[in-house]
Design a protein around this ligand. Sequence first.
Ligand code: P6P
Length: 342
Amino acid sequence: MHKRVLTLDEFIFQKQTVARYASGELSGLLRDIGLASKIIHRDVNKAGLIDVLGDAGQENVQGEGVKKLDVIANDTFINSLRVSGQCAGVASEELENFIAFKGTRSEKAKYVVLLDPLDGSSNIDVNVSVGTIFSILKRKTVDGPCQLEDFLQKGVEQVASGYVIYGSSTMLVYTTGHGVNGFTLDPSIGEFCLSHPDILLPSDGTIYSINHGYRWHFSNGVKKYIDHCINSSGERENPHSLRYIGSMVADIHRNLIKGGIFMYPISESYPDGKLRLLYECNPMAFIVEQAGGRANDGQTRIMEIDPTQLHQRSQIFMGSPKMMDRLEKCLQVDYVTEKVES
Ligand code: P6P
């Protein structure tokens, strides 16, 4: 007897009926994101065949080469959100400024969306998993075109966040602050189906994710923690494994399921960290915290950082709480030294 699958739309509707004051706008927004994700799934899965590989020859606001699929993903999500009627505007990694949607419905909409439409896109040409990251905020302004202040809000203000991972299967994982649930796309019926209900991050783990190539630029505290992970491989009871895909969504998703810690520290190349606070760190931090983990920049909880710029970056450490405990102990050497010097 086949168990009845629960589709994303049905799940959202079920949750909406029990959530107090749920008026359906957020549900509509989540459905629109799910739709855009299915379109990107189609394009990512045949990237090698429809001439979307390689660089679009443009540069995004970060000065990074933009791959064609980046542009397609960005346009797809923006078009889906523009017609949604539940979204007042969008900020995207691919756009210098946010877009305020025009029109009565959009200008009355309650929410704004921040997006990394295709994170890890440098991996597309080598067929490694990539992802979409989204963060949903309730706008602070009322009526009329949304403003920059609607986007510059702390991560704790998020009403929902999530990611889509285009990997061996396409999964959408999201939270509205009541736990984390994962849905796997069944291409034969074109539906995201609940496959990972109530995801909980293992409290401890042996996987650490970091780009070792920047080791010499890391702080003494980060180096101390890396040495702890490497030395533990010599001890029988707790050997650690380095797993680093170079695609944040894929690295975090693996750690969410198996337990682990993800680190992108500051370095000479990235003195403020590489990952963007508003549409990479905050949404992933919301997911990790809702799954029982922790996310900080070494000192401050990621979701408490008060943003001042749309594309600002942050150092980030996130993962299993017991691994974060050990990391934070190692990082103390950085702050004690600072105190002595200042
Ligand atoms: P590095 C991809 O470009 C990305 O923004 C994240 O997805 C990923 O975690 C990170 O950068 C990888 O950066 O410097 O290790 O290649």
